[in-house]
Design a protein around this ligand. Structure first.
Ligand SMILES: [Zn+2]
Length: 84
């Protein structure tokens, strides 16, 4: 019960079906956190099958880039994505 581990985002696996980063939970299911949650500043990936969760270590700028630079929390440099 509670915090299971701290995991770097690079060690998580992107799951197209779930549209979320996943990480193996000891219960056999997967910890999950979506890109939207990450973009919103969420850093807890939860397992839907048990009460464990992991804290995701990630670079906010990298996530913002993945989201197309639409993270309103990004203060440093708002990347202007040219719409072709
Ligand atoms: Zn679990």
């Amino acid at each position: 019960m509670g915090l299971y581990d701290e995991v770097e985002i690079e060690d998580m696996e992107w799951n197209e079906e779930l549209e979320a980063f996943t990480y193996s939970c000891p219960c056999g299911d997967l910890f999950q956190i979506t890109l939207k949650e990450l973009a919103a500043g969420e850093d807890i990936a939860r397992c839907p099958s048990c009460s464990l969760y992991v804290q995701v270590i990630y670079d906010e700028a990298a996530i913002a880039a993945k989201c197309g630079g639409r993270n309103p929390n990004t203060e440093n440099k708002a990347p202007a994505i040219p719409v072709a």
